[in-house]
Design a protein around this ligand. Structure first.
Ligand code: NAG
Ligand code: NAG
Ligand code: NAG
Ligand code: NAG
Length: 270
């Protein structure tokens, strides 16, 4: 009798959590990729009901930062960042390489709401186009608010000197390249405070995640200033990825009726 009660309690608890688990599993077991006719970007929306926004969304990312949709907005605030060194883990997500933070790194403020930095990752080539131009790579700093809204700061790269942020984790990237996908390597304290420089120019629009589930309502902030990355570093970011994801930029999405707002303040102190 007692056993039966315990059993039914366990079953009800399991049933209660089931929807959560199936969706989490469904999400991680679905294979999206960047090539091929079956699970490339054109098919993402049909791979899972959870990915529907990838096909049917009307404010998707990335977009071309085309001069003809850009409007200067003098009311936009400066984009202040105060990231502090925090314990972090390097992660091979199979479709990109990222860094996951274990604690508080810092907040940005958009329209009065705080968004905390949770993770960063790279795409190559770049996803957002600069008035038609395709840059070699793009860094995404993904922030979340307490009510789970997402804000991303994006930085585009041109080829040149090594990026000091990537230089700090080069040995770990080499190690990641020797392992399997879905591997993680502890970084220890990761210091990205050089990203705290206040940008003179950034572009803001409302878009989506650029990977499934392509969730919309993302506040994008693309910095005007390019960073530099070396050929060697581009290779290090590519080597550990799944063969179908070595080129991991989603194609440009329609702008529809969106405008891209520009912040520009050439003379402020930084
Ligand atoms: C995903 O890909 C892996 C190997 O690449 C394969 O074993 C697995 O069955 C695939 N899963 C789905 C849902 O297609
Ligand atoms: C928002 O972030 C700033 C700067 O990190 C902080 O001073 C402030 O207390 C935060 N506000 C809330 C409501 O968390
Ligand atoms: C920018 O948009 C205009 C108007 O839609 C279009 O004619 C032009 O080709 C676009 N330019 C680029 C570089 O994509
Ligand atoms: C840092 O993160 C690693 C996992 O990546 C964890 O094992 C370690 O305990 C963390 N260290 C601190 C000081 O939180």
């Amino acid at each position: 009798m007692a056993l039966q009660i315990i059993f039914s309690v366990i079953v009800s608890i399991a049933l209660f959590f089931l929807p959560l688990y199936t969706s989490a599993n469904e999400y991680s077991s679905v294979n999206f990729s960047y090539t091929g006719p079956h699970n490339g970007p054109e098919k993402w929306g049909s791979l899972s009901p959870l990915f529907a926004a990838c096909s049917h969304g009307e404010s998707q990312s990335p977009v071309n930062l085309n001069k003809s949709y850009i409007v200067f907005n003098k009311d936009l605030k400066s984009l202040d960042k105060h990231y502090i060194p925090t314990n972090a883990t390097l992660v091979n997500n199979k479709f990109n390489i990222g860094v996951q933070f274990g604690g508080k790194v810092g907040d940005i403020n958009i329209n009065g709401k705080n968004y905390s930095l949770k993770q960063l990752h790279w795409h190559s080539p770049a996803e957002h186009r600069a008035n038609g131009r395709i840059h070699v790579a793009e860094l995404h700093l993904v922030h979340k608010s307490e009510d789970n809204e997402i804000a991303v700061i994006a930085m585009l790269y041109k080829l040149g000197n090594p990026d000091p942020i990537i230089s700090k984790i080069e040995d770990k990237l080499i190690e990641l390249g020797r392992g399997h996908s879905n591997t993680q390597i502890a970084i220890g304290t990761f210091d990205i405070k050089e990203l705290n420089r206040r940008p003179h120019r950034y572009f803001r629009y409302i878009g989506s995640l650029t990977t499934p589930p392509c969730t919309e309502g993302v506040h994008w902030n693309i910095l005007g200033k390019l960073r530099t990355i070396s050929e060697e570093q581009l290779e290090l970011l590519k080597a550990p990825l799944d063969p179908t994801c070595k080129i991991n930029a989603r194609p440009i999405q329609p702008i529809n009726d969106r405008k891209i707002q520009m912040y520009f303040k050439p003379n402020h102190n930084s």
